[in-house]
Write a protein that binds this ligand. Structure first.
Ligand SMILES: Nc1ncnc2c1ncn2[C@@H]1O[C@H](COP(=O)(O)OP(=O)(O)OP(=O)(O)O)[C@@H](O)[C@H]1O
Ligand SMILES: [Mg+2]
Length: 205
């Protein structure tokens, strides 16, 4: 379980997160919603260690990871799909996927078949440069790259069009409402995704 407890985050003098808490439990998709600029990305950055928090604690599987570097959190199984995708445009799809090998031990460095089951287009475009993919395909590549490291938890920005924060009448879908909506509660989602460690290798292609 990923447990974010009462964290605050500042950009210089500007406070972006104030006393934010969220739990992401195994086997569940955890969503937090909010308007633009409320702090969704900041919360994700704090969770994966991309930006230091000023107060509060973050624990993962019972261990305090508040002070860990991003690569140390990745090694513990926290995946991340950046808001801007941040794939490498000049690397091929296969090379981009292999950048997810970083936290893995040498004998685990293969691309699980599950990635291609989820995103068949990636398999058919293994040799294409990342920058030549469509926007949606690049998004699939960014998610696939996070899954390559077999994360216990993957943190990602929501897909706005497919999972709108508000319906056509401006109401938030009830099943996505946070328990206690608040102007200071940021909106992001983190989903617990697991790929079987027994998944077979395809990286030699
Ligand atoms: N690097 C930064 N330096 C200073 N302020 C920042 C920085 N990044 C974000 N902010 C500010 O922090 C607040 C939260 O930003 P954040 O990117 O977390 O919002 P968000 O909820 O992800 O928004 P969006 O829905 O537009 O992606 C905003 O007011 C933003 O202007
Ligand atoms: Mg954002």
């Amino acid at each position: 379980m990923l447990n974010v407890d009462n964290i605050s985050l500042y950009y210089g003098a500007a406070q972006a997160l104030r006393g934010v808490s969220i739990k992401a439990e195994p086997g569940k998709v955890t969503c937090v919603l909010g308007r633009n600029g409320v702090g969704k990305t900041s919360l994700l950055r704090a969770m994966v260690g991309q930006y230091p928090i000023a107060s509060g604690t973050i624990t993962f599987d019972g261990a305090d990871i508040t002070g860990l570097r991003p690569y140390e959190r990745a090694r513990r199984g926290i995946g991340f799909v950046p808001q801007g995708r941040e794939i490498f445009p000049l690397l091929t799809v296969e090379e981009n996927l292999k950048t997810g090998f970083g936290p893995l031990k040498r004998h685990d460095r293969n691309i699980p078949d599950d990635v291609f089951s989820l995103f068949p287009v990636l398999q058919s475009m293994l040799g294409r440069r990342g920058g030549d993919l469509s926007g949606g395909q690049q998004q699939q590549l960014a998610i696939g790259r996070a899954l390559v490291m077999r994360p216990k938890t993957a943190a990602a920005r929501r897909a706005d069009r497919r999972h709108p924060a508000v319906d056509h009448q401006g109401h938030r879908p009830r099943h996505l409402l946070p328990a206690q909506p608040s102007a200071t509660s940021p909106s992001c989602w983190s989903s617990n995704i697991s790929i079987s460690p027994a998944s077979s290798a395809t990286s030699s292609r």
